[in-house]
Design a protein around this ligand. Sequence first.
Ligand code: GTP
Length: 597
Amino acid sequence: TELSHIRNFSIVAHIDHGKSTLADRLIQETGTVQDRDMKEQLLDAMDIERERGITIKANTVRLDYKADDGETYILNLIDTPGHVDFAYEVSRSMRAVEGSLLVVDSTQGVEAQTLANVYQAIDADHEIVPVFNKIDLPASDVSRVAEQVEDVIGIDASGAIAVSAKTGQGIHEVLEAIVTHLPAPQGDRAAPLKAMLVDSWYDSYLGVVVLVRIMDGVLKKGERIRMMSNGSIHHVDRIGVFRPQMQPVDELGPGEIGFLTASIKQVRDTRVGDTITHEKKGCDTPLPGFKPAQPVVFCGLFPVDSAEFEDLRDAIEKLALNDASFSSEMETSAALGFGFRCGFLGLLHLEVIRDRIEREYNIELITTAPSVVYHVYMKDGTMTELHNPADMPDLTYVDHLEEPRIKATILVPDDYLGDVLKLCQDRRGIQEDLSYAGPRAMVVYDLPLNEVVFDFYDRLKSVTKGYASFDYQMTGYREDTLVKMQILVNDEPVDALSVMVHRDRAEMRGRAMVEKLKELIPRHMFKIPIQAAIGGKVIARETLSALRKDVTAKCYGGDATRKRKLLEKQKAGKKKMRQFGKVEIPQEAFISALKMD
Ligand code: GTP
């Protein structure tokens, strides 16, 4: 296909502003999928995505569009994940296209993820067409949103298109704008092959499928290709495009987006952002800016039933095959037995993996507190990365610690601003900016990631009744006075409850944790001290008093059914307990104890 007849684009939007609905409508309007085959949200293939309404993996579709000028164009849409955890994937898919539709819900206006995503599009030098969605709703206010887009984002909104992805109104205008406003790709057919690896995933029939954007040269079936990041060679056994189901093609030329399969065993062997070329007569320089995605949040996953350890290993291995950014290694904990220390791109990524293990593999899990990666500088000048508070080296050898920081952008209606500022302040935030985007405040904070990974989203949502939107990016590491706080139950440290905290907040956190644990741990036949300690020093303490021996006898004296019911109930409850020394700790304690409210 001639370059002048190709348009490549993505859709950027805040969650729920209608990105997937618009994509579905574009697919339908171009007749790519017959109406009767049209399912809602075609692009969100996985069940879990559908249920949660979030797009995790970038998907793509090729549309044939006969424009008003009489010519037929190929429109390639790459659907990008909208969530902060997948920011790196977003930035790579942006580099694979020349333009973006900026979808803003005209009943809501610009939100934090609108900003984060549109800045990525601007960084990638995109032409941007604003699309104001949901004009079928009475609360729609297109001129207000246009003003916001110009004031806050600083792009021209005069060519914006008002649409309803629900009713189909304005969809034709969107297709015309793609053809007339977005630039055609550039590339040299005669040059050596240079293709970007945009995404990859595991397909149970085909093995690893690789999504590519051809920059220069031509890729054909049967050729041998080289991954430039590691030099590995593969034989291409299939190439094709998505309509949205896979359709084989003879070749992929410059400007085109399609897939290849090459008997690649694991998704791990393909790296998003890598450059693919031919084995022989390949290109000399790879595409710029390649970096593999690094996990930033770690936590332990343990089976509730220790007999399910092997099943868990199996589940984790299978999930890791299809997700290069998810890491795991075996871990043993005195309290929880055998499990895995796993690394994730962020909290949502963690939740998705945990849900899939519980749901698809039917394994009940204990998840320990999420922790970020600390840099521990030793007195001998070396630095180690700390993924697990339990591994904190002896303080006598430690010189200082550094923790990761983020730049957080929060948009919130003025009424809730005070609560948001307080929350950020409580989490050791440093305010960097405060401005207004229409009736809403936009605050920018420098925050320790550690204070955000656990329950910041939840707190933010609850103090603003769901009206705030939030986005963040990592900025780097900074030194602070961080300490490891241990929890001792019945005088024994429970490693799975160890956390890294700021020294100034340790007493408060310690007291909150022991108070929570006192509520969560059932009474036993003996007295149980619950303590928080730093080094050898106890900073908070509660005592769980003993059960009186005659309690059961008195209560359940004669009534046999009641007694049996109670025993059954206790048995069911027991399954979710972990024996620790002489004490039984319920599963929920490992997460609930850490919540800060
Ligand atoms: P993700 O891709 O999952 O991040 O979200 P999204 O931006 O794709 O949102 P989605 O397309 O799932 O739409 C969110 C909700 O808005 C859904 O309930 C849609 O049915 C609804 N919706 C989308 N477009 C319109 C529209 O034009 N009018 C109305 N009334 N509802 C819409």
